[in-house]
Design a protein around this ligand. Structure first.
Ligand SMILES: *[C@@H]1O[C@H](CO)[C@@H](O)[C@H](O)[C@H]1NC(C)=O
Ligand SMILES: *[C@@H]1O[C@H](CO)[C@@H](O)[C@H](O)[C@H]1NC(C)=O
Ligand SMILES: *[C@@H]1O[C@H](CO)[C@@H](O)[C@H](O)[C@H]1NC(C)=O
Ligand SMILES: *[C@@H]1O[C@H](CO)[C@@H](O)[C@H](O)[C@H]1NC(C)=O
Length: 434
């Protein structure tokens, strides 16, 4: 009897916490919303230093929020048309939150495989820095001659933007021809957002991505200077502090695959220049183990390095859930896989064995509209299902002691709990109805 009463109390506690898990909402955050096309006519100047993008910043005299349509290329690249120089040479540009530099291909470079090259000598506004620099990306690198020129995005002309003319860059498999870096910190030069701010073109150093999943479509968008309230339900934002001086990096409290906790207390870089989800190797291994063992699926490695399996209608992979800022961000099988003729490809990858950082790429941005804010040093996610801090902590604590940071079968404990609860509910019902 005592045992049953205890179990019942546990059960009630479980349901109460479950309730808290699903329904409680945190206090409203006060990130000012910015409507598109709004015109800020007057100048409330909070000025601390022209390029102090991360502190208080100067309010522009007159500024707008610009909306840049992005073209979706095969769901793994998005680019916009951007003009460079006084004679408006146009390029397809990828906006990359994962790197800090802006570059386009240079004219007269044999090594450069990109088709259309920049004729800097035809632009009156080009300034040559007479230096060469190499930037290394996750995949490949770009060697470029440095200079500055004007950059026109939509109707906004940004003057004196430091940029590279790539002597050597790899365009194979890429639809875009150049990159505009939007990383959290741009080393040794003013980023395009900083220049927009200091030139009074935008009011706030904020930008946001909306990426859809229709290849060939152009209704994906990047807004600069604010965000588009149409893409956030009830304007409910969940701002999370950036935890790295250089990257748009945020803490992940927990990662679950189905009911299993795969990782706790991780960090993730939000990278619009990556297509996929990148997991640290040991956690990728967890995904693979679970798929193989729990779902009895035979995985094979594709040429591109991604894992795939034969389609089987009656089989469904579980959701991946990231807990960030006490909210649940879920990717369903449909979100993280690509279906080919016969195979289903899993869009989770890894970079190198030593990396301990997750990368949430376009695949994540396709599902969630994110607002990047240099001034407040935050990335705002939409509010989703809130998970109470105590409950989260208890789940994490149960996960931590036994196997450290690797996979742990929290599922079994939880299922037993649930079974006991269901049993009691069944009993109660039985007693009440008989
Ligand atoms: C362009 O920016 C550089 C620093 O990035 C500065 O030294 C130079 O004076 C600027 N030129 C103009 C024309 O504003
Ligand atoms: C930045 O400039 C400093 C000093 O000029 C130089 O030592 C450093 O290598 C530069 N960093 C990058 C990433 O270019
Ligand atoms: C498809 O999945 C179901 C459920 O796991 C399994 O019973 C069946 O054998 C699978 N079919 C094929 C062709 O693999
Ligand atoms: C996966 O997530 C979707 C959307 O959030 C939800 O509707 C579905 O029930 C989830 N599936 C499982 C097995 O939890």
């Amino acid at each position: 009897m005592v045992y049953k009463l205890m179990t019942m109390l546990h059960c009630i506690a479980f349901f109460l916490s479950f309730f808290a898990f699903v329904y409680s909402a945190p206090a409203a955050q006060d990130l000012p919303r910015i409507k598109l096309e709004e015109d800020y006519s007057e100048n409330t100047i909070i000025y601390k230093g022209q390029n102090d993008i991360h502190g208080n910043y100067r309010r522009a005299k007159r500024s707008t929020v610009i909306k840049i349509p992005l073209k979706n290329y095969k769901n793994y690249q998005y680019h916009a048309k951007v003009k460079f120089g006084s004679n408006n040479q146009e390029y397809k540009i990828m906006f990359d939150t994962g790197s800090g530099f802006t570059w386009i291909p240079k004219k007269h470079s044999e090594e450069n495989t990109c088709a259309k090259k920049y004729k800097h000598f035809e632009s009156n506004t080009f300034e040559d820095f007479h230096t060469v620099m190499t930037t290394v990306y996750v995949k490949g690198e770009a060697t470029m001659k440095l200079g500055s020129d004007s950059v026109t995005i939509g109707n906004m002309v940004v003057n004196n933007q430091t940029l590279g003319l790539a002597i050597k860059s790899d365009c194979e498999g890429n639809e875009y021809e150049g990159i505009i870096g939007l990383s959290f910190l741009s080393i040794n030069h003013s980023s395009i957002i900083q220049n927009m701010l200091s030139q009074g073109l935008i009011k706030e150093p904020v930008f946001a991505f909306y990426l859809n999943r229709n290849h060939g479509s152009t209704d994906s968008e990047l807004t600069i200077g604010g965000y588009n309230t149409d893409h956030i339900k009830n304007d409910q934002l969940n701002p999370i502090q950036v935890t790295d001086p250089e990257h748009w990096q945020v803490p992940i409290e927990m990662v679950r695959f189905g009911k299993q906790v795969i990782a706790v207390y991780q960090k993730a870089i939000i990278d619009s220049g990556s297509s996929l989800i990148v997991a640290p190797f040991k956690f990728l291994q967890c995904f693979i183990d679970i798929i193989r063992k729990s779902y009895n699926i035979d995985l094979k490695r594709q040429e591109n390095g991604l894992l795939s399996f034969k389609r089987n209608q009656s089989l469904k992979l579980p959701n991946i859930t990231f807990v960030l800022g006490n909210n649940l961000y879920t990717l369903t099988e449909k979100d993280y896989t690509i279906e080919n003729d016969q195979d289903i490809e899993i869009s989770i990858s890894f970079i190198d064995y030593s990396s301990d950082t997750w990368i949430l790429g376009d695949l994540f941005l396709q599902k969630y509209y994110l607002v990047f804010d240099y001034g407040r040093r935050t990335i705002s996610f939409p509010k989703t299902r809130f998970i109470d801090g105590d409950l989260l902590k208890s789940i994490i604590d149960r996960h931590l002691p036994s196997k450290g940071n690797s996979m742990n079968i929290v599922r079994i404990q939880e299922n037993i709990y649930l079974l006991i609860c269901l049993f009691i509910i069944f009993k109660l019902n039985f007693i009440l109805t008989s």
